[in-house]
Write a protein that binds this ligand. Structure first.
Ligand SMILES: Nc1ncnc2c1ncn2[C@@H]1O[C@H](COP(=O)(O)OP(=O)(O)OP(=O)(O)O)[C@@H](O)[C@H]1O
Ligand SMILES: [K+]
Ligand SMILES: [Mg+2]
Length: 658
């Protein structure tokens, strides 16, 4: 593993020695205080032992800050390239009068509307409110293929710093200066905004408590030893204290957390909350939105199917008229399919699409035209038609979305036919959902589409279960229901109608292609818009928990062993009976103490790569994992000090004066 220790990383490590920063790691703060004490003692009363202990105590603290600095350094290069996106550009802002004024991009505020043409850089985060464009987002996502961004649908969000390749769009800015997506990304990859996770905080409290206990033990050892004629210099007691407190995990705890977040960033996932990363390690159920999440999301009209007695042209004109003002991608695709030069009559009153009504349309010239989900439109018409039901079934069975078209003139309401909307399942879904199943995670697709379409897509993507004709409230209710059963729920979605569910889920992963509302509601954003990314997220979450557990086990086992390694050596002169415990036959009490302190420091260095890389995660039961880790890190931690300190003693004893 390339640790990449350059000047900047070293400088960072030295800066972190500042006690004001170190208070966040109480174990290391105690070591630093110890180092200050031994430094003073060694200046007043110099000795080889004193200086050896002092130098190695300082190194112990430095190794800890170095671990954190190295972990942070890995995001620095990425942060630098992201900063390049923030250079000021000129934005074309719409004035209240309808004109255009040139303003610096840095002065844009939430609510401003800017016009961006081909070749120009999008000056800030926002939502496309007019037009369609292909956008190069590679600077943010690393993906070189251009993406479509359009108004009305679930693919409307744009990121400041990306470039429009073709056409022109109007964008409503949604972020305030300094709070953009790229700002948040930079803070994340640099680790400066890292939030400690609940488990990490709990562990830190536990380690601090342990440290206090050992401080008390060592402080009381002094008068006791003195009383028994085995007076121990303060220097030796400080050395003993540092060996006993959990320095290994105390030094690496923060690096483990930073490295976990970094692993997510490397997989193109931005986690806004550490709690979510930990929760991901224990997820039981994954809920996924269909359109735009499991499928590519460019649902578009491919054919018109009239019912008997309706002229194909009449259906086409009705479909067209009801879609002329429909700004959703579905609506625009109908206009494209039918073609022609039709314009909306002046008296036309629009009925906008909503995920709750699942209909859209227009009222004009005494006519009302509606199109939408089969159940919604037949309910509006007030009666159904077996032939129409057949057409709906026919489209649904292929996984397509049927939009039923209907008309009302006065009292008479008629069903005209069906529009076939087609969408494609993203490649590779099946295998990845199989993998999730192997990890013990149940996948449930939720969609506003009808049950037959849902069933066809669910079968094709091979999810475990599906919920059809779901409104935003249904999605939220399903999550709440799962959570009350004590299960941890992950949700992947892209639409504004997914936002409440994304906010409620323990792990809410918003697709980067999605709407601003979805991205703000979730606690993670996947830049690749791949719902099966959850596999990686779960693995990283599990790995984080396992790594922390393994290194804590190792650290505590190590300290217990050190107790037996050095205590007999310290007191053997005063209590010759202790010699039976002196199994290691270290050459002298002084050499024993120095060897223990050196070993204690070197263990930190040795484990930095493991803390950064993480303990390997293989899918297996929690019990098997626990057994394996206790064996490896517990027993290993008990044995290592005996071997290590003995070997160091052989070298240290050669130093004159020890
Ligand atoms: N522009 C539109 N006009 C009329 N009806 C529409 C339009 N777009 C979609 N519908 C209908 O509304 C239903 C719900 O659509 P919506 O996009 O809200 O679903 P959803 O809950 O996001 O789930 P999914 O993402 O899987 O579609 C669709 O199944 C379709 O029948
Ligand atoms: K220790
Ligand atoms: Mg959707």
């Amino acid at each position: 593993m390339n640790l990449n220790i350059d000047r900047q990383v070293l400088l960072g490590a030295v800066t972190k020695l500042d006690p004001r920063q170190l208070v966040r790691e109480p174990v290391m703060l105690v070591v630093e205080i110890g180092a200050v004490v031994t430094t003073v003692l060694s200046v007043v009363d110099p000795s080889v032992l004193g200086w050896m202990v002092t130098v190695w105590l300082w190194l112990t603290v430095l190794f800890a800050t170095l671990a954190e600095s190295v972990a942070e350094g890995r995001g620095k290069a990425q942060a630098a390239s992201l900063r390049a996106l923030q250079t000021e550009t000129t934005a074309n802002r719409r004035t209240p009068g309808g004109g255009i004024e040139e303003v610096p991009s840095t002065s844009l505020r939430s609510g401003d509307v800017v016009v961006v043409a081909a070749g120009e850089r999008i000056p800030g985060d926002g939502e496309v409110i007019e037009g369609v464009a292909s956008v190069d987002e590679s600077a943010v996502t690393g993906e070189s293929a251009p993406v479509i961004r359009e108004s009305g649908g679930d693919r409307s969000a744009v990121t400041g710093g990306t470039t429009v390749l073709s056409d022109q769009v109007a964008v409503r800015i949604t972020s305030e200066p300094g709070q953009s997506f790229v700002d948040r990304m930079i803070a994340l990859v640099e680790g400066s905004e890292r939030q400690r996770t609940p488990n990490e905080i709990a562990l830190n409290v536990l380690l601090s408590a342990l440290t206090v206990v050992f401080v008390v033990v060592c402080a009381t050892l002094w008068p006791v030893a003195d009383h028994n004629g085995a007076r121990q210099p303060v220097l030796v007691l400080v050395a003993l204290l540092v060996c006993l407190i959990p320095t290994t995990i105390g030094a690496l705890l923060s690096a483990i957390g930073i490295a976990g977040m970094d692993r997510l960033v490397r997989r193109n996932v931005l986690a806004m909350s550490g709690r979510a990363v930990e929760a991901a390690g224990d997820v039981d159920v994954l809920l996924l939105d269909k359109t735009g999440t499991i499928t590519l999301g460019n649902r578009h009209a491919t054919e018109l199917l009239p019912v008997d007695g309706v002229d194909p042209d009449e259906l086409a004109q009705a479909a067209l008229l009801s879609s002329l003002a429909d700004e959703t991608p579905e609506g625009r695709s109908i206009v494209t399919l039918v073609g022609g030069e039709a314009t909306l009559p002046r008296d036309a009153e629009l009925v906008e699409f909503s995920a709750t009504t699942r209909m859209s349309g227009v009222d004009t010239g005494g006519r009302q035209l509606r199109k939408g989900a089969g159940s919604a439109v037949t309910a509006w018409v007030g009666h159904s038609d077996p032939q129409l039901d057949g057409l709906v079934e026919q489209v649904s069975a292929t996984g397509g979305t049927p939009l039923v078209v209907a008309e009302a003139r006065g009292e008479e309401r008629r069903l005209l036919g069906v529009i076939h909307l087609k969408d494609v399942v993203k490649p590779g879904m099946r295998e990845r959902f199989d993998e999730l199943r192997a990890m013990g995670i149940r996948t449930v697709m939720i969609t506003g589409d009808n049950a037959t379409t849902a069933k066809a897509i669910a079968g094709e993507a091979r999810v475990d279960d599906f919920l059809a004709e779901a409104t935003p409230e249904d999605k939220l209710a399903l999550i709440r229901e799962q959570q009350t059963g004590g299960r941890l729920v992950a949700m992947c979605g892209d639409g504004t109608n997914d936002a409440p569910a994304l906010a409620q889920a323990d792990v809410g992963v918003a697709m980067n292609t999605g709407t601003v509302a979805a991205k703000e509601a979730g606690n993670m954003v996947d830049l690749d818009s791949d719902p099966t990314k959850l596999i990686d997220i779960v693995e990283i979450g599990k790995q984080l928990l396992i790594t922390r557990g393994a290194l804590t086990t190792f650290s505590v086992a190590n300290d217990v062993a050190k107790y037996f390694a050095i205590l007999p050596a310290m007191f053997v002169v005063a209590f010759p009976d202790l010699d039976v415990l002196n199994v290691m036959r270290l050459s002298s009490p002084e050499s024993a103490i120095v060897s223990a302190v050196v070993f204690n420091a070197l263990v930190i260095v040795a484990l930095i790569p493991l803390a950064l890389r993480g303990v390997r995660y293989r899918p297996s039961s929690a019990a098997a994992l626990l057994r394996r880790n206790i064996l490896l890190y517990g027993v290993g931690g008990l044995i290592a000090p005996f071997v290590g300190i003995k070997l160091l003693d052989l070298v240290v004893s050669l130093i004159p004066g020890l």
